[in-house]
Design a protein around this ligand. Structure first.
Ligand code: RAM
Length: 359
């Protein structure tokens, strides 16, 4: 039955506008690291039975997207018989991540996979880690190419940015004020997507759309709520909010719902189906996009394993098998390299019910 459901969903996905979203397999793994995204097992001492130690550092705690990503990472590492160390600071700052990297270096672990809170600020700490023999890669939010061996990218940033503007334009009939509610002002992933949104907006067909503000909710629920409220207050004619962050879009969905603004302000962006189903069903958010966060973590886990084993070094053209995701190839990314998961997937009223229990 489960297999049939999986096959059915795969067929639905293949037919969808932006097919190629993550596997249902990754999503159905019953990992139990839910709850706190804090250090799960960072002792660093004691007998681990020859297991190698693989750390992942997310942006900050309290983000269900990060918990799903760490769940996928842990699954990959445990499939290989090794030990996963799951870490995230309370606040989404580079300083807090640097402190964690320093601790991990002194624990002589084998690998660090980091979701960077800043593209450049982690470089001294990550360079020190690499000089100590630790294999460093980034995922989701990249660190600069000097600070890593390679990067695991969830989807093509240009496609994400341009698609969000095309979508919002359709929602508001090509006319009116829009705002972006982002994560932190230093987040590499959001900033790259926003750059592409701005490039798309340069097209003459958007001449009647005005981007009035980029606000930062820092991937903190309360701050995202207050930033949404401030946007509504400062721009009473606002027609739409684009939130390219799962925390931001859910917070904006709640504010717009509570204020009864369904017919006045539209919402789109990148959201978790589990958190956004009610807003998609109510029409506040006609549609949004995402990839499978469990698969992003799972791919990062296999990337780290392959780096530690020496199967790959992070160079363009190298290939490796990423468990159930199959063969992956390292490609160029500016002056660095990356591994792409796939395309983002569009969630709307027609498919949200199938996905809301998955992630
Ligand atoms: C938030 C985080 C994460 C991003 C998603 C879309 O959960 O900022 O890094 O990839 O949104």
């Amino acid at each position: 039955m489960k297999k049939m459901l999986t096959l059915g969903l795969t067929a639905v996905m293949a037919l969808s506008l932006m097919a190629g979203c993550g596997t249902k397999d990754g999503a159905s793994s019953g990992s139990d690291n839910g709850g706190s995204a804090k250090t799960a097992d960072a002792g660093g001492s004691g007998d681990t039975g020859g297991k190698k130690k693989f750390a992942i550092i997310f942006k900050n705690t309290g983000n269900p997207y990060g918990e799903k990503m760490m769940e996928g990472f842990k699954k990959a590492i445990e499939e290989k018989g090794d030990e996963a160390i799951l870490k995230a600071p309370d606040q989404p700052t580079a300083e807090a991540q640097i402190q964690m990297i320093e601790e991990l270096i002194s624990q002589k672990i084998d690998s660090i996979s980091v979701v960077g809170n800043d593209p450049d600020a982690l470089q001294p700490a990550l360079t020190k880690a690499m000089n100590a023999g630790i294999k460093v890669s980034s995922l989701d939010s990249a660190v600069n190419s000097e600070s890593r061996l390679t990067h695991v990218n969830q989807a093509d940033p240009e496609r994400i940015g341009r698609t969000l503007i095309q979508g919002v334009s359709e929602m508001i009939g090509g006319e009116g004020e829009i705002a972006i509610l982002s994560a932190t002002s230093q987040a590499t992933n959001q900033n790259t997507w926003i750059e592409w949104m701005k490039k798309e907006l340069e097209d003459a067909k958007y001449a009647n759309i005005k981007l009035v503000k980029v606000a930062y909710g820092d991937d903190l629920r309360d701050k995202s709520v207050s930033e949404t409220e401030a946007l509504l207050k400062s721009y009473p004619n606002l027609k739409a909010i684009i939130a390219p962050t799962t925390v931001g879009i859910a917070a904006a969905g709640k504010v717009l719902t509570d204020k009864g603004l369904k017919d006045k302000v539209k919402l789109t962006g990148l959201g978790l189906p589990s958190e956004m189903a009610e807003y998609i069903e109510s029409g506040i958010c006609p549609w949004m996009y995402l990839w499978n966060p469990i698969d992003v973590g799972y791919l990062a886990g296999y990337t780290a394993e392959s780096l530690v084993k020496g199967d790959i070094t992070g160079a363009v053209g190298e290939k490796f098998t990423a468990g159930t995701l199959g063969e992956k190839e390292i490609v160029a990314d500016g002056d660095g390299t990356q591994i792409m998961l796939g395309d983002p997937f569009k969630f709307d009223a027609s498919n949200i019910a199938e996905w809301k229990d998955v992630y």
